[in-house]
Design a protein around this ligand. Structure first.
Ligand code: MRU
Length: 353
């Protein structure tokens, strides 16, 4: 990778979360410093930081920062306020399970160390949040290695939304194999769906791949069928926001359509994501909460003038669920999982690392 994009950091003195504002990309690289619960909630809700793994890291650092604001030495008072902050951040976005996963992990540090002084618990929270970030970087690298096995030099890959470096703190998930392969001298042709309505493909994937010197072609979402038919796509690589225990996968709206097309054209469709995105408590896609967002994102957000009548009713789900039967494999940091997912995901979690 020519240039590693950093997007989430803890400020050196540990009191602020520093993020690259992804809503301003690709035109401006603006860094924001967040210190309050409202600022952190807002950054996640408005997609200033986005992508399941990055949201998890952001939440971990965020709750640590907020724990420093709880001015008490009394454990019960500390925990009560900590839990309130946790629930508040957890309500910022419903679909990406990494948000809840990271916050639960941080809360576990508090409850497991209830006998220790509050000051020490804060220190342990700092260590845990740094660990979550370090694991995230290692996870991206491992997914890159495992995913690369599915590719050969010169392949065409179609991706949807942004599951790259901007969506995590390392190489990302769906794009990680491309970065690892490129480091080894391989060449790929990536087709990035623009990803209506928030254009993560156009604004973020095209931006980060182009910046890294990887061959990328931007297409509108409705062109995916044509590039597949033209024979330009050898595999589809997408990220995930929550994988149910039967393999059904929620990812950015439009992903399931890509999977249906891939099946039609006989192209393998892979989901790449960390085990922290697999929700074994969730039996199927029907149980995944789907975020509904502001109609203005469809009507007017990225256009100089509204592109629809302002009064028109809009339906704006941020994610859809790809049926497990359409997924050729799920690449995690522990390796490739093939169907049947209900059996093989359970096996993945019961295996010792
Ligand atoms: O709404 P977003 O931009 O947060 O949606 C992001 C996605 O759907 C990604 O594909 C997913 O989070 C995986 S990121 C490695």
């Amino acid at each position: 990778m020519n240039e590693k994009i950093k997007n989430v950091e803890l400020s050196p003195e540990g009191s602020r979360l520093v993020i690259l504002d992804q809503t301003r990309l690709p035109n401006e690289e603006v860094w924001l410093e967040l210190g309050t619960a409202e600022e952190i909630y807002d950054a996640i809700f408005r997609l200033k930081v986005r992508g399941a793994p990055a949201i998890g890291v952001c939440a971990a650092y965020g709750i640590y920062i907020l724990s420093r604001k709880i001015c008490t030495d009394d454990y019960s008072t500390f925990y009560r306020q900590f839990h309130r902050y946790k629930e508040y951040l957890d309500s910022s976005r419903p679909t990406a399970v990494n948000l809840n996963w990271a916050l639960e992990r941080m809360e576990g540090v508090v409850t497991k160390n209830r006998e220790k002084p509050v000051e020490q618990i804060r220190e342990l929270l700092l260590q845990e949040s740094r660990k979550i970030q370090a694991e995230d970087e290692a996870m991206c690298r491992a997914i890159g290695e495992h995913g690369l096995i599915l590719l050969k030099d010169g392949d065409g890959i179609l991706t949807h939304c942004n599951a790259g470096a901007l969506a995590a703190t390392g190489y990302g998930t769906a794009l990680a194999p491309l970065y690892v392969g490129t480091e080894r001298g391989m060449k790929f042709h990536v087709f990035a769906d623009e990803t209506r309505p928030l254009l993560q493909g156009a604004r973020l994937t095209a931006y980060e791949l182009w910046k890294s010197g990887i061959d990328v072609t931007l297409i509108c979402d409705n062109m995916a069928s044509m590039v597949m038919k033209n024979g330009w796509i050898n595999a589809c690589f997408v990220g995930c926001d929550r994988v149910a225990s039967n393999g059904d996968t929620a990812n950015k709206i439009g992903t399931s359509g890509v999977a249906v097309l891939a099946k039609y054209y006989g192209i393998p469709f892979y989901v790449l994501g960390p085990t922290s995105t697999i929700d074994m408590k969730c039996p199927s896609g029907a149980d995944i909460p789907i975020e509904l967002r502001d109609p203005e994102e469809i009507r007017s957000r990225f256009y100089r003038e509204p592109e629809a009548p302002l009064q028109v009713r809009c339906y704006n789900p941020a994610f859809d669920v790809t049926d497990h039967s359409l997924i050729s494999g799920i690449v995690t940091e522990r390796g490739l999982v093939r169907p049947p997912y209900d059996v093989n995901l359970r096996r993945l979690f019961s295996e010792k690392l």
